[in-house]
Design a protein. Sequence first.
Length: 885
Amino acid sequence: MKRWIVILAVAIGAMTTASAQVGLLLNSSELILFNAPGGSAPAWSIQRNGGNQRGLHAVDLQSSRSDNAQVASGNWSVVSGGTDNTASGTVSVVSGGTLNTASGLASVVSGGTNNAASGDYSAIAGGFNLRVGDRSFGFSGQVTGATTDLSGSSNIAAFVDVDLWLYNVRNQAGQLRLYEPSNNGTNYTAFQAPAQGSDIIYTLPATAGSAGQVLSIASVSGTGVTLQWSSAGGGSGWLLTGNSGTDPNTNFLGTTDNQPLAIRVNNQETFRFNAPGTSAPAWSIQRGGGNTRGLHAVDLQSDRTAATQVASGNYSVVSGGSTNTASGYASVVSGGGSNTASGITSVVSGGGSNTASGAWCVVSGGIGNTASGDGSVVSGGLTNTASGIASVVSGGLTNTASGDYSAIAGGFNLRVGNRSFGFSGQTSTTQTNLSSSSNIAAFVDVDLWLYNVRNQAGQLRLYEPSNNGTNYTAFRAQTQTSDIVYTLPASVTAGGVLQTDGSGNLSWANPSTLVSSNETDPQVGTLSTGQVAFWDGSALTGSNNLFWDNTNARLGVGTTTPWQGLHLHNTGLQLTNGSTGNSSTDGLTIEFNGSNAQLRLKENAEIQFRTNAPGTTDSVKMRLTATGQLLFFDPSNGAQYRIDLPNSNSLGVGYIRARGLSSYSSRAWKEDIRPIAGALEKVLALRGVEYRWKPAYGGNQDLGFIAEEVDAVLPEVVQKSQSGEYLGMDYMRIVPVVVEALKEEHRRNEELRARVEEQNRRNEELRAELAQLRTMIEQLAAGQPITAGAATTTVRLDGQWLGQNIPNPHDGTTTIPYYVPAGVGRAQLEVSDAAGRTVRTIELPAREQWASVTLEMGLLSSGTYEYRLLFDGRIVATKQMQLVK
């Protein structure tokens, strides 16, 4: 158990007479004396034995000397330690070292060997063999035996045989400041280093130079740069009137180091050429402020309202204008205002508030236009959008080419889909949305005129359904004496023929009403009831292999008793067209052999199931792709999964219900099996969120993760398309990471529990020691003597002023015992966190008795804290404690 003898020494000192000394015996041999109060030396001084008389109020704690004069002999002087040191000046200090002397008024030697602060108010930080004079500071790194005597000079700061480094760890260059020659001036001239790629050492000229000469670089060798004084002009500088006889290989306007070249007007930077390099802003050219430009970027605009409005993309260009941004790789904004080119090689030629965010896209001008699709173009107009791949809007107002490879020639308020063309002459402010239909050419509120000035009628051609066919059916007008407008029939008639009323109104008519009832055809053979006539090469005939049940409206093939609208009594049905071929290996077949029914698509295509659902026409509800993927509805992002459901909150559309879902997990299918590293950090990096789905996906409240955020932590559970589009994520794969994180946290908790138990054991020991200490204090308070006899009282000293906090660790409330002896002016308890920041400072009023302070730290975070006991601003004891919540 430690002995708290310091308290006993103070108590005994209070019992001596005014002229007595108090001595402290350490290791039963060396005596420390506290000299009695008084008006002359050595009154009030503290010393370790030996040596001449100490000064008034002096403190001399060094333990060895070779001369009795090597003491703190000056009044209020201090020798903190070391050996053979002398503090003879009033208020002088020698902190340590050996053979050091502080003889000047208020002089200081912090340490080192054989240093002498002989001048008043002088200071030596340490080092070897240095002497300084009045109001001077010094440090010597010399290794020779001869003393460097600078005491003949005053008011200097001297560094001998050392380099002066203005080092920094705060990411801010240090400054060498030279203040103006005025005792109340605040202005200065400073030198500081820029951010550098290598060291630079400048060697000044050996002569003072002459009037009018300029400082130039004489030579460069490695990191060394030798400077010289030379005459202005003549190749060493650019004259305001111009230079002659220059060589562009050696004479140039610019820099030879890796720093930008700036051009200023009225002391404001108007142009900057950034230094070469491999990362931004290397090789870039810019005007004005703003964020860092991209690699090889050019930014010539001079006005911006935000620092981000610059050419920040590598190889990007902003030619002019105001508040423009070119953030995409090799993007260009030629001018205008508030334009943004963020896509790769995107271009905004001008206009205002236009955005080119797709790769290789272009906005030529206009206002408020957006080209977000890759390879898209908006030529101009107002608030037009080209969001599909290679989509085009030539102009107009509020048009949207949202489909891939779509185009809108102009007009107003039209939206078209994939591979479609459109033009709207409407005046309605409600947008005409045709984006759900693909491969169309739509004209809204306009007539289609196939006009001609070449004396040749234009044709409306309908080509045959074959991707390599060249035949077509065409409509065209012949030479007319007046205009003709045909109005198509409003209804259809089976087997009808088209007839006109003479005014252009067309209708379907029954041909029987147009043919005489007395006509006969000698090429019609004999047919039985129900048989369907067919041409056998010479006449119309019939067969039971093709039978029509007119009563029930049923057609039989291979049977005379059809049971459905079409009854095929055979092994299969084959459907082909002009694009599939007409062999047994082409088209779509429905086969029934034995007990198996088969649907076979013998083409590289998909099978679609379509319905006229409410609000739609001929919409896809299920697709079986050529690669075997089963898709429900018509996913806008294409086939990505083997089974793909739409993003819908409807139970009947976007959900799957099952008793269980099993994943491949056997060791037999896996290799390179290893534990999940850093599981707890990964789980802590995840962010669970509540959110609402966009109206297009149901608009319901939900909770989960954001795939983009999870991708940065657990990319294994996030699926993306080849183009980088986020498709979905597998929530179940997060489970093993959470399991390992829980195990990791469990191990940490077990370690912490063991530490707490060990600390509780130590606290019990401290409580026992504190109880003994209180008993000793109570004995002193009762006046029980410790030793008696001599005028000098001797007490053994090996205790402390500051006790360990109880309990430790603690959960927010703890008590710290302390003792403050008599004679201490101000006593404080400071508490700081692991970063050294002071979080509590408490004044301690008690003197000559054990007291305690209770701390409430519930609002602070868990961790290690340090607490210190300070007497008159000096730290006398330090301990640590643990806060665990």
